[in-house]
Design a protein around this ligand. Structure first.
Ligand code: 5GP
Length: 198
């Protein structure tokens, strides 16, 4: 008798600067997960590549994909639209691959409410928490964003933090390597859930 393994869908949220993108990208680089590339209407930052970092869409293109029901979830974050393609996620999960999704608290809430049986079986979520002083230090140290963007992100961080108890797991961010070790351990444990066998 053969059984097919469904991948884990791990939603990773936390404020800008918490290191969630680094964790997700590193897990992907180490072959532990696939990465679902999101669509966004924001302009690419220097060095970002269409189809690698995001699918960069115009507002009209984005609206038309919403209308055709292509998104598992979509949300407006910092004044731009972001969305996760259902096709990307299901393709990876059914191939037995883990999918990590770096999305905000609104996106996480809508995926949690998703009724698709494969998504529900595969689902897990983790919130990356960073104390506010440390977060400000990291955002300023990054040197990529204007002052008003940093202030907006700190304001949004407080709002997101208030919802961290909605998550199944909380990773309290410390040192980069320790964070990654715990992130990997979480993925390993989640892959052992009986519900993923079929
Ligand atoms: P950034 O513009 O810095 O890449 O991302 C800004 C915010 O948008 C981050 O909090 C990130 O997690 C969130 N984000 C990225 N992709 C998606 C997505 O597909 N859906 C939602 N809801 N949020 C996303």
């Amino acid at each position: 008798m053969s059984s097919k393994q469904l991948g884990t869908l791990l939603i990773v949220s936390g404020p800008s600067g918490c290191g969630k993108t680094t964790l997700c990208r590193r897990a992907e680089k180490d072959g532990l997960t696939g990465y679902s590339i999101s669509c966004t209407t924001r302009a690419p930052r220097p060095g970002e590549v269409n189809g690698v970092d995001y699918f960069f869409l115009t507002q009209e293109e984005f609206d038309s994909r919403v209308a055709t029901g292509d998104f598992l979830e979509h949300a407006c974050v910092h004044g731009n639209h972001y969305g996760t393609l259902k096709s990307e996620v299901l393709r990876l999960l059914s191939a037995g691959k883990n999918v990590v999704m770096d999305i905000d608290v609104q996106g996480a809430a809508s995926i949690r409410a998703c009724q698709d049986p494969e998504i529900r079986r595969a689902y897990a979520d983790v919130y990356i928490h960073v104390p506010s002083e440390e977060l400000e230090h990291r955002l300023r140290g990054r040197g990529t964003d204007a002052e008003e963007v940093i202030l907006l992100r700190l304001h949004n961080a407080a709002i997101e933090d208030a919802r961290r108890d909605e998550y199944q797991y909380i990773l309290s961010s410390a040192e980069r390597e320790a964070d990654y070790a715990r992130f990997k351990a979480l993925l390993t444990s989640l892959g052992m859930r009986t519900q993923l066998k079929r």
